[in-house]
Design a protein around this ligand. Structure first.
Ligand code: ADP
Ligand code: MG
Length: 483
Protein backbone atom coordinates (compact mmCIF):
# COMPACT_ATOMS: atom_id res chain seq x y z
CA UNK A 1 0.00 0.00 0.00
CA UNK A 2 2.89 2.33 0.69
CA UNK A 3 4.91 1.13 -2.26
CA UNK A 4 5.93 3.80 -4.68
CA UNK A 5 7.37 3.28 -8.16
CA UNK A 6 10.81 4.44 -6.98
CA UNK A 7 10.88 1.52 -4.66
CA UNK A 8 11.61 -0.88 -7.47
CA UNK A 9 14.97 0.71 -8.12
CA UNK A 10 16.07 0.60 -4.53
CA UNK A 11 18.45 -1.92 -3.10
CA UNK A 12 17.10 -4.60 -0.85
CA UNK A 13 18.32 -2.81 2.28
CA UNK A 14 16.76 0.44 1.33
CA UNK A 15 13.58 -1.39 0.50
CA UNK A 16 13.47 -3.02 3.90
CA UNK A 17 13.98 0.36 5.53
CA UNK A 18 11.22 1.89 3.51
CA UNK A 19 8.91 -0.97 4.34
CA UNK A 20 9.70 -0.61 8.01
CA UNK A 21 8.97 3.08 7.84
CA UNK A 22 5.74 2.41 6.09
CA UNK A 23 4.70 -0.19 8.60
CA UNK A 24 5.55 2.10 11.47
CA UNK A 25 3.58 4.86 9.83
CA UNK A 26 0.68 2.48 9.34
CA UNK A 27 0.74 1.66 13.04
CA UNK A 28 0.92 5.34 13.97
CA UNK A 29 -2.00 6.05 11.69
CA UNK A 30 -4.04 3.30 13.34
CA UNK A 31 -3.39 4.84 16.74
CA UNK A 32 -4.25 8.28 15.45
CA UNK A 33 -7.52 6.95 14.08
CA UNK A 34 -8.33 5.24 17.34
CA UNK A 35 -7.76 8.44 19.26
CA UNK A 36 -9.82 10.50 16.86
CA UNK A 37 -12.63 8.00 17.21
CA UNK A 38 -12.45 8.18 21.00
CA UNK A 39 -12.26 11.96 21.03
CA UNK A 40 -14.91 12.75 18.47
CA UNK A 41 -17.32 9.88 18.92
CA UNK A 42 -18.41 7.20 16.54
CA UNK A 43 -20.82 9.51 14.85
CA UNK A 44 -18.40 12.17 13.72
CA UNK A 45 -15.68 9.64 13.13
CA UNK A 46 -17.65 7.56 10.71
CA UNK A 47 -18.94 10.63 8.89
CA UNK A 48 -15.53 12.11 8.22
CA UNK A 49 -12.65 9.79 9.00
CA UNK A 50 -13.72 6.32 8.11
CA UNK A 51 -12.86 6.64 4.46
CA UNK A 52 -9.50 8.37 4.90
CA UNK A 53 -6.63 6.22 3.76
CA UNK A 54 -2.96 6.80 4.22
CA UNK A 55 -1.31 6.62 0.84
CA UNK A 56 2.25 7.65 1.31
CA UNK A 57 4.76 8.61 3.96
CA UNK A 58 8.25 9.87 3.90
CA UNK A 59 10.29 11.36 6.69
CA UNK A 60 8.47 14.63 7.00
CA UNK A 61 5.18 14.27 5.17
CA UNK A 62 2.19 12.00 5.00
CA UNK A 63 -0.31 11.83 2.24
CA UNK A 64 -3.92 11.00 3.05
CA UNK A 65 -6.60 10.35 0.49
CA UNK A 66 -10.36 10.58 0.62
CA UNK A 67 -12.98 9.60 -1.94
CA UNK A 68 -14.45 13.03 -2.61
CA UNK A 69 -13.39 16.64 -2.94
CA UNK A 70 -16.04 17.53 -0.47
CA UNK A 71 -14.50 15.34 2.21
CA UNK A 72 -11.10 16.70 1.35
CA UNK A 73 -12.10 20.29 1.81
CA UNK A 74 -14.16 19.53 4.90
CA UNK A 75 -11.33 17.71 6.59
CA UNK A 76 -8.81 20.33 5.58
CA UNK A 77 -10.97 23.07 7.00
CA UNK A 78 -12.13 21.38 10.15
CA UNK A 79 -9.88 18.55 11.19
CA UNK A 80 -6.45 18.85 9.68
CA UNK A 81 -4.88 20.49 12.72
CA UNK A 82 -6.31 17.88 14.98
CA UNK A 83 -4.96 15.07 12.81
CA UNK A 84 -1.57 16.75 12.76
CA UNK A 85 -1.49 17.15 16.50
CA UNK A 86 -2.42 13.53 17.11
CA UNK A 87 0.13 12.35 14.60
CA UNK A 88 2.82 14.37 16.27
CA UNK A 89 1.93 12.99 19.66
CA UNK A 90 1.88 9.41 18.43
CA UNK A 91 4.94 9.55 16.21
CA UNK A 92 6.94 11.92 18.34
CA UNK A 93 7.79 14.23 15.47
CA UNK A 94 6.16 16.81 13.33
CA UNK A 95 4.98 16.09 9.80
CA UNK A 96 3.14 17.81 7.04
CA UNK A 97 -0.15 16.51 5.80
CA UNK A 98 -1.20 16.51 2.22
CA UNK A 99 -4.73 15.52 1.30
CA UNK A 100 -5.73 14.13 -2.06
CA UNK A 101 -8.88 12.84 -3.71
CA UNK A 102 -8.70 9.16 -4.52
CA UNK A 103 -10.94 8.77 -7.49
CA UNK A 104 -12.52 10.99 -10.05
CA UNK A 105 -16.05 9.77 -9.57
CA UNK A 106 -17.06 13.24 -8.58
CA UNK A 107 -16.73 15.70 -11.36
CA UNK A 108 -15.03 18.84 -10.46
CA UNK A 109 -16.76 21.48 -12.45
CA UNK A 110 -15.24 24.90 -12.50
CA UNK A 111 -17.77 27.62 -12.94
CA UNK A 112 -17.28 30.05 -15.76
CA UNK A 113 -16.23 33.45 -14.48
CA UNK A 114 -19.31 35.62 -14.07
CA UNK A 115 -17.99 38.14 -16.61
CA UNK A 116 -17.72 35.71 -19.48
CA UNK A 117 -20.83 33.94 -18.39
CA UNK A 118 -23.49 34.67 -20.96
CA UNK A 119 -26.54 34.34 -18.85
CA UNK A 120 -29.57 35.73 -20.53
CA UNK A 121 -31.95 37.28 -18.08
CA UNK A 122 -35.01 35.18 -17.67
CA UNK A 123 -37.40 35.86 -20.50
CA UNK A 124 -40.91 35.12 -19.50
CA UNK A 125 -43.62 35.57 -22.05
CA UNK A 126 -44.94 39.11 -22.14
CA UNK A 127 -43.52 40.02 -18.77
CA UNK A 128 -41.00 42.75 -18.15
CA UNK A 129 -37.67 41.34 -17.16
CA UNK A 130 -36.87 41.81 -13.53
CA UNK A 131 -33.27 41.76 -12.39
CA UNK A 132 -33.51 39.12 -9.71
CA UNK A 133 -34.11 35.46 -10.27
CA UNK A 134 -35.84 35.33 -6.94
CA UNK A 135 -38.99 36.75 -8.43
CA UNK A 136 -38.89 36.31 -12.20
CA UNK A 137 -37.45 32.85 -12.37
CA UNK A 138 -39.70 31.55 -9.73
CA UNK A 139 -42.74 32.91 -11.48
CA UNK A 140 -41.76 31.94 -14.99
CA UNK A 141 -40.87 28.45 -13.93
CA UNK A 142 -43.56 27.84 -11.38
CA UNK A 143 -41.09 27.73 -8.49
CA UNK A 144 -42.50 26.62 -5.17
CA UNK A 145 -42.58 29.17 -2.36
CA UNK A 146 -39.94 29.01 0.34
CA UNK A 147 -41.00 28.68 3.94
CA UNK A 148 -38.90 31.16 5.93
CA UNK A 149 -38.99 28.91 8.97
CA UNK A 150 -37.14 26.11 7.22
CA UNK A 151 -33.58 27.26 7.75
CA UNK A 152 -30.30 25.73 8.82
CA UNK A 153 -30.77 27.36 12.19
CA UNK A 154 -33.98 25.50 12.80
CA UNK A 155 -32.63 22.23 11.42
CA UNK A 156 -31.46 20.11 14.30
CA UNK A 157 -28.40 18.02 13.74
CA UNK A 158 -28.41 14.39 14.83
CA UNK A 159 -26.52 11.29 14.00
CA UNK A 160 -28.86 10.38 11.17
CA UNK A 161 -28.49 13.64 9.28
CA UNK A 162 -24.96 14.86 9.98
CA UNK A 163 -23.62 14.18 6.53
CA UNK A 164 -26.69 15.41 4.65
CA UNK A 165 -26.70 18.62 6.65
CA UNK A 166 -23.00 19.22 6.14
CA UNK A 167 -23.26 18.66 2.40
CA UNK A 168 -26.27 20.95 2.16
CA UNK A 169 -24.49 23.61 4.17
CA UNK A 170 -21.48 23.40 1.93
CA UNK A 171 -23.67 23.94 -1.13
CA UNK A 172 -25.45 26.83 0.52
CA UNK A 173 -22.26 28.56 1.51
CA UNK A 174 -20.30 28.19 -1.69
CA UNK A 175 -20.04 31.36 -3.72
CA UNK A 176 -20.82 31.66 -7.40
CA UNK A 177 -17.15 31.70 -8.24
CA UNK A 178 -16.29 28.65 -6.14
CA UNK A 179 -15.72 25.34 -7.87
CA UNK A 180 -18.64 22.96 -7.51
CA UNK A 181 -17.57 20.12 -5.27
CA UNK A 182 -20.23 17.56 -5.92
CA UNK A 183 -22.94 17.73 -8.47
CA UNK A 184 -25.70 16.87 -8.16
CA UNK A 185 -26.17 16.49 -4.45
CA UNK A 186 -28.82 13.83 -4.01
CA UNK A 187 -30.48 13.45 -0.60
CA UNK A 188 -32.82 10.60 0.07
CA UNK A 189 -34.93 9.59 3.05
CA UNK A 190 -38.36 8.35 4.02
CA UNK A 191 -41.27 10.66 4.69
CA UNK A 192 -40.90 13.36 7.31
CA UNK A 193 -37.20 12.99 7.93
CA UNK A 194 -36.24 16.50 6.88
CA UNK A 195 -35.54 16.46 3.14
CA UNK A 196 -37.75 19.40 2.32
CA UNK A 197 -36.49 21.28 5.36
CA UNK A 198 -32.90 20.88 4.24
CA UNK A 199 -33.63 21.72 0.61
CA UNK A 200 -35.49 24.85 1.58
CA UNK A 201 -32.69 25.82 3.92
CA UNK A 202 -30.21 25.54 1.06
CA UNK A 203 -32.45 27.50 -1.27
CA UNK A 204 -33.15 30.24 1.23
CA UNK A 205 -29.52 30.68 2.21
CA UNK A 206 -28.27 30.70 -1.38
CA UNK A 207 -30.94 33.16 -2.40
CA UNK A 208 -30.06 35.43 0.48
CA UNK A 209 -26.47 35.33 -0.74
CA UNK A 210 -27.61 36.68 -4.10
CA UNK A 211 -27.55 33.48 -6.11
CA UNK A 212 -30.29 32.76 -8.58
CA UNK A 213 -32.16 29.87 -7.07
CA UNK A 214 -35.04 27.83 -8.30
CA UNK A 215 -36.68 25.49 -5.82
CA UNK A 216 -39.46 23.33 -7.09
CA UNK A 217 -41.02 19.96 -6.62
CA UNK A 218 -40.70 17.40 -9.37
CA UNK A 219 -44.44 17.62 -9.76
CA UNK A 220 -44.19 21.31 -10.43
CA UNK A 221 -41.39 20.71 -12.84
CA UNK A 222 -43.59 18.24 -14.70
CA UNK A 223 -46.56 20.53 -14.55
CA UNK A 224 -44.56 23.56 -15.64
CA UNK A 225 -43.11 21.76 -18.58
CA UNK A 226 -46.41 20.37 -19.76
CA UNK A 227 -48.00 23.80 -19.40
CA UNK A 228 -45.10 25.39 -21.28
CA UNK A 229 -45.54 22.93 -24.12
CA UNK A 230 -49.23 23.75 -24.30
CA UNK A 231 -48.51 27.46 -24.38
CA UNK A 232 -45.64 26.90 -26.76
CA UNK A 233 -43.28 28.70 -24.49
CA UNK A 234 -41.21 25.59 -24.06
CA UNK A 235 -38.07 27.26 -25.36
CA UNK A 236 -38.37 30.18 -22.97
CA UNK A 237 -39.06 27.71 -20.20
CA UNK A 238 -35.93 25.74 -20.98
CA UNK A 239 -33.80 28.83 -21.26
CA UNK A 240 -35.13 30.18 -18.03
CA UNK A 241 -34.40 26.88 -16.36
CA UNK A 242 -30.87 26.90 -17.55
CA UNK A 243 -30.08 30.42 -16.51
CA UNK A 244 -30.06 29.80 -12.80
CA UNK A 245 -27.23 29.21 -10.36
CA UNK A 246 -28.84 26.64 -8.19
CA UNK A 247 -31.62 24.26 -9.14
CA UNK A 248 -33.30 22.46 -6.27
CA UNK A 249 -35.78 19.70 -7.04
CA UNK A 250 -37.80 18.10 -4.27
CA UNK A 251 -39.60 14.75 -4.33
CA UNK A 252 -37.99 13.47 -7.48
CA UNK A 253 -39.98 10.25 -7.26
CA UNK A 254 -42.90 12.23 -8.65
CA UNK A 255 -41.19 13.21 -11.88
CA UNK A 256 -43.47 11.79 -14.50
CA UNK A 257 -43.74 11.29 -18.21
CA UNK A 258 -41.14 10.36 -20.76
CA UNK A 259 -40.85 13.77 -22.29
CA UNK A 260 -40.59 15.52 -18.94
CA UNK A 261 -37.89 13.12 -17.90
CA UNK A 262 -35.97 13.68 -21.09
CA UNK A 263 -36.22 17.42 -20.51
CA UNK A 264 -35.15 17.04 -16.94
CA UNK A 265 -32.17 15.04 -18.11
CA UNK A 266 -31.16 17.80 -20.55
CA UNK A 267 -31.56 20.42 -17.89
CA UNK A 268 -29.47 18.43 -15.46
CA UNK A 269 -26.72 17.96 -18.02
CA UNK A 270 -26.76 21.56 -19.14
CA UNK A 271 -26.60 22.92 -15.61
CA UNK A 272 -23.97 20.53 -14.38
CA UNK A 273 -21.78 21.06 -17.43
CA UNK A 274 -22.04 24.80 -16.93
CA UNK A 275 -20.90 24.40 -13.35
CA UNK A 276 -24.21 25.26 -11.76
CA UNK A 277 -25.22 23.39 -8.67
CA UNK A 278 -28.12 20.96 -8.66
CA UNK A 279 -29.63 19.56 -5.46
CA UNK A 280 -32.25 16.84 -5.59
CA UNK A 281 -34.22 14.97 -2.95
CA UNK A 282 -36.16 11.76 -3.30
CA UNK A 283 -37.68 9.11 -1.11
CA UNK A 284 -35.23 6.39 -2.16
CA UNK A 285 -31.73 5.97 -3.58
CA UNK A 286 -31.29 6.71 -7.30
CA UNK A 287 -30.91 3.02 -8.08
CA UNK A 288 -34.40 2.35 -6.73
CA UNK A 289 -36.18 5.01 -8.77
CA UNK A 290 -37.58 2.36 -11.10
CA UNK A 291 -39.66 4.67 -13.23
CA UNK A 292 -36.86 7.03 -13.92
CA UNK A 293 -34.95 7.22 -17.15
CA UNK A 294 -31.66 5.35 -16.87
CA UNK A 295 -29.64 8.40 -17.94
CA UNK A 296 -31.15 10.53 -15.19
CA UNK A 297 -30.51 7.81 -12.68
CA UNK A 298 -26.87 7.44 -13.53
CA UNK A 299 -26.35 11.17 -13.63
CA UNK A 300 -27.83 11.45 -10.15
CA UNK A 301 -25.74 8.59 -8.88
CA UNK A 302 -22.63 10.30 -10.28
CA UNK A 303 -22.76 13.10 -7.76
CA UNK A 304 -22.87 12.82 -4.01
CA UNK A 305 -25.68 10.68 -2.64
CA UNK A 306 -26.47 10.94 1.06
CA UNK A 307 -29.19 9.39 3.10
CA UNK A 308 -30.99 10.82 6.10
CA UNK A 309 -31.75 7.99 8.51
CA UNK A 310 -34.65 7.57 10.91
CA UNK A 311 -34.92 10.15 13.67
CA UNK A 312 -33.74 8.53 16.88
CA UNK A 313 -35.18 9.45 20.22
CA UNK A 314 -32.48 11.98 21.05
CA UNK A 315 -33.00 13.78 17.78
CA UNK A 316 -36.76 13.74 18.24
CA UNK A 317 -36.26 15.27 21.66
CA UNK A 318 -33.95 17.94 20.29
CA UNK A 319 -36.38 18.79 17.51
CA UNK A 320 -39.13 19.27 20.07
CA UNK A 321 -36.82 21.41 22.16
CA UNK A 322 -36.04 23.50 19.13
CA UNK A 323 -39.74 24.01 18.47
CA UNK A 324 -40.31 24.93 22.07
CA UNK A 325 -37.58 27.55 21.86
CA UNK A 326 -39.58 29.21 19.10
CA UNK A 327 -42.52 29.70 21.45
CA UNK A 328 -41.36 31.79 24.37
CA UNK A 329 -43.77 31.59 27.26
CA UNK A 330 -45.04 28.15 26.33
CA UNK A 331 -43.94 25.77 29.04
CA UNK A 332 -43.63 22.06 28.61
CA UNK A 333 -42.14 19.98 31.43
CA UNK A 334 -39.14 17.88 30.47
CA UNK A 335 -41.04 14.70 31.31
CA UNK A 336 -43.67 15.55 28.71
CA UNK A 337 -41.01 16.27 26.12
CA UNK A 338 -39.50 12.91 26.85
CA UNK A 339 -42.87 11.25 26.65
CA UNK A 340 -43.59 12.75 23.24
CA UNK A 341 -40.10 12.08 21.89
CA UNK A 342 -40.30 8.50 23.06
CA UNK A 343 -43.73 7.76 21.73
CA UNK A 344 -44.16 9.77 18.56
CA UNK A 345 -41.69 7.76 16.61
CA UNK A 346 -42.77 7.87 13.03
CA UNK A 347 -41.35 11.09 11.66
CA UNK A 348 -40.97 14.82 11.93
CA UNK A 349 -44.45 15.52 10.69
CA UNK A 350 -46.03 13.63 13.57
CA UNK A 351 -43.73 15.49 15.93
CA UNK A 352 -44.99 18.75 14.45
CA UNK A 353 -48.54 17.54 14.90
CA UNK A 354 -47.97 16.49 18.50
CA UNK A 355 -46.29 19.76 19.37
CA UNK A 356 -49.00 21.85 17.76
CA UNK A 357 -51.69 20.00 19.65
CA UNK A 358 -50.01 20.54 22.97
CA UNK A 359 -49.69 24.18 22.12
CA UNK A 360 -53.29 24.47 21.00
CA UNK A 361 -54.66 22.60 24.02
CA UNK A 362 -52.61 24.79 26.32
CA UNK A 363 -53.69 28.02 24.64
CA UNK A 364 -57.34 27.04 24.39
CA UNK A 365 -57.81 25.66 27.89
CA UNK A 366 -55.14 27.65 29.74
CA UNK A 367 -54.25 24.37 31.43
CA UNK A 368 -50.59 23.65 32.04
CA UNK A 369 -49.12 20.87 29.96
CA UNK A 370 -48.93 17.59 31.84
CA UNK A 371 -48.23 14.02 30.85
CA UNK A 372 -51.91 13.29 31.22
CA UNK A 373 -52.86 16.12 28.92
CA UNK A 374 -50.23 14.99 26.44
CA UNK A 375 -51.50 11.43 26.52
CA UNK A 376 -55.00 12.60 25.76
CA UNK A 377 -54.23 15.15 23.10
CA UNK A 378 -51.82 13.10 21.05
CA UNK A 379 -53.37 9.71 21.56
CA UNK A 380 -53.88 8.99 17.88
CA UNK A 381 -50.31 9.92 17.03
CA UNK A 382 -48.89 7.45 19.50
CA UNK A 383 -51.44 4.82 18.60
CA UNK A 384 -48.90 2.68 16.83
CA UNK A 385 -46.46 3.01 19.66
CA UNK A 386 -48.91 2.88 22.55
CA UNK A 387 -46.61 1.87 25.40
CA UNK A 388 -49.24 -0.16 27.22
CA UNK A 389 -49.68 -2.36 24.20
CA UNK A 390 -46.16 -3.69 23.91
CA UNK A 391 -45.93 -6.82 26.02
CA UNK A 392 -42.82 -7.89 27.85
CA UNK A 393 -43.27 -11.39 26.45
CA UNK A 394 -43.22 -10.01 22.92
CA UNK A 395 -40.08 -8.04 23.64
CA UNK A 396 -38.38 -11.15 24.96
CA UNK A 397 -39.57 -13.19 22.00
CA UNK A 398 -38.50 -10.71 19.32
CA UNK A 399 -35.16 -9.92 20.90
CA UNK A 400 -34.42 -13.63 21.36
CA UNK A 401 -35.33 -14.29 17.75
CA UNK A 402 -33.18 -11.45 16.52
CA UNK A 403 -30.10 -12.59 18.43
CA UNK A 404 -30.72 -16.22 17.79
CA UNK A 405 -31.01 -17.26 21.42
CA UNK A 406 -34.02 -18.76 23.15
CA UNK A 407 -36.42 -16.91 25.39
CA UNK A 408 -35.52 -19.21 28.25
CA UNK A 409 -31.88 -18.23 27.75
CA UNK A 410 -32.90 -14.65 28.32
CA UNK A 411 -34.78 -15.55 31.50
CA UNK A 412 -32.04 -17.87 32.70
CA UNK A 413 -29.13 -17.07 34.98
CA UNK A 414 -26.57 -17.71 32.24
CA UNK A 415 -23.95 -15.03 31.97
CA UNK A 416 -22.27 -15.71 28.64
CA UNK A 417 -21.85 -12.68 26.43
CA UNK A 418 -24.16 -14.08 23.75
CA UNK A 419 -27.02 -14.01 26.23
CA UNK A 420 -26.12 -11.07 28.44
CA UNK A 421 -26.31 -8.41 25.73
CA UNK A 422 -29.67 -9.55 24.29
CA UNK A 423 -31.02 -9.76 27.84
CA UNK A 424 -29.92 -6.19 28.56
CA UNK A 425 -31.44 -4.97 25.33
CA UNK A 426 -34.71 -6.72 26.15
CA UNK A 427 -34.75 -5.10 29.60
CA UNK A 428 -33.97 -1.74 28.09
CA UNK A 429 -36.86 -2.13 25.66
CA UNK A 430 -39.14 -3.29 28.46
CA UNK A 431 -38.33 -0.15 30.42
CA UNK A 432 -38.63 2.26 27.50
CA UNK A 433 -41.57 0.73 25.68
CA UNK A 434 -43.85 -0.29 28.53
CA UNK A 435 -45.00 1.43 31.68
CA UNK A 436 -43.79 -1.42 33.90
CA UNK A 437 -41.68 -0.54 36.91
CA UNK A 438 -38.13 -1.74 37.38
CA UNK A 439 -39.04 -4.34 40.06
CA UNK A 440 -41.87 -5.63 37.88
CA UNK A 441 -39.52 -5.96 34.91
CA UNK A 442 -36.98 -7.71 37.14
CA UNK A 443 -39.63 -10.23 38.16
CA UNK A 444 -40.58 -10.86 34.55
CA UNK A 445 -36.96 -11.47 33.63
CA UNK A 446 -36.50 -14.57 35.76
CA UNK A 447 -36.87 -12.89 39.13
CA UNK A 448 -34.01 -10.42 38.92
CA UNK A 449 -33.40 -7.50 41.21
CA UNK A 450 -34.51 -4.04 40.07
CA UNK A 451 -30.91 -2.78 40.27
CA UNK A 452 -29.97 -5.36 37.63
CA UNK A 453 -32.63 -3.93 35.36
CA UNK A 454 -31.51 -0.40 36.05
CA UNK A 455 -27.94 -1.36 35.26
CA UNK A 456 -29.04 -2.90 31.95
CA UNK A 457 -31.09 0.15 31.00
CA UNK A 458 -28.21 2.52 31.72
CA UNK A 459 -25.74 0.30 29.97
CA UNK A 460 -27.74 0.10 26.74
CA UNK A 461 -28.69 3.75 26.94
CA UNK A 462 -25.00 4.60 27.07
CA UNK A 463 -24.02 2.20 24.34
CA UNK A 464 -26.55 3.38 21.79
CA UNK A 465 -25.21 6.87 22.31
CA UNK A 466 -21.84 5.72 21.02
CA UNK A 467 -22.49 2.79 18.77
CA UNK A 468 -24.40 3.70 15.64
CA UNK A 469 -24.90 0.08 14.58
CA UNK A 470 -26.38 -0.87 17.93
CA UNK A 471 -28.55 2.20 17.88
CA UNK A 472 -29.99 1.18 14.54
CA UNK A 473 -30.49 -2.36 15.74
CA UNK A 474 -32.46 -1.16 18.74
CA UNK A 475 -34.53 1.21 16.61
CA UNK A 476 -35.26 -1.67 14.27
CA UNK A 477 -36.37 -3.88 17.18
CA UNK A 478 -38.63 -1.07 18.37
CA UNK A 479 -40.20 -0.81 14.95
CA UNK A 480 -40.81 -4.54 14.87
CA UNK A 481 -42.41 -4.38 18.27
CA UNK A 482 -44.61 -1.51 17.19
CA UNK A 483 -45.84 -3.26 14.06
P1 ADP B 1 -39.57 15.26 4.19
O1 ADP B 1 -39.48 16.31 3.15
O2 ADP B 1 -38.34 14.40 4.28
O3 ADP B 1 -40.81 14.43 4.10
P2 ADP B 1 -39.78 17.49 6.00
O4 ADP B 1 -38.56 18.24 5.66
O5 ADP B 1 -41.06 18.01 5.46
O6 ADP B 1 -39.63 15.95 5.62
O7 ADP B 1 -39.85 17.35 7.59
C1 ADP B 1 -41.07 17.10 8.29
C2 ADP B 1 -41.14 17.98 9.52
O8 ADP B 1 -40.14 17.57 10.44
C3 ADP B 1 -40.86 19.43 9.22
O9 ADP B 1 -41.65 20.24 10.04
C4 ADP B 1 -39.42 19.59 9.56
O10 ADP B 1 -39.15 20.92 9.93
C5 ADP B 1 -39.27 18.64 10.73
N1 ADP B 1 -37.92 18.12 10.78
C6 ADP B 1 -37.42 17.00 10.21
N2 ADP B 1 -36.12 16.84 10.48
C7 ADP B 1 -35.77 17.90 11.25
C8 ADP B 1 -34.57 18.33 11.88
N3 ADP B 1 -33.44 17.62 11.77
N4 ADP B 1 -34.60 19.48 12.58
C9 ADP B 1 -35.73 20.19 12.73
N5 ADP B 1 -36.91 19.85 12.18
C10 ADP B 1 -36.94 18.72 11.45
MG1 MG C 1 -40.72 16.66 1.55
Amino acid sequence: MFATPELVRETTDERTDTMDDAMRAGAVWERVRRRLRAELGEDVFSSWFKSIEIDHVDGSAIRLSVPTRFLKSWIENHYKDRILARWEEEAGRAVQIEMTVRSATLRQVIRPKPAEDARAPVASAGRPQAPAMATTGHEALGGSPLDPRLTFDSFVQGRSNTLARAAALQVAQSRITDPVLFNPLYIHAGVGLGKTHLLQAVSGAAQAAGRRVLYLTAEKFTFGFVAALKNQTAIAFKEALRSIDLLVIDDLQFLQGKQTQAEFCHTLNALIDAGRQVVVAGDRPPSDLENLDERVRSRLAGGLTVEIGALDENLRFDILKQKLAQHPGFEVPAAVMTYVARNVTQNGRDLDGAFNRLLATNRLTSQPVTIEMAERSIRDLVRVAEPRRVKIEDIQKIVAQHYNVSRSDILSARRTATVVRPRQIAMYLAKTMTLRSLPEIGRRFGGRDHTTVLHAVRKIDGLIGQDQALNEEVEMLKRRLND
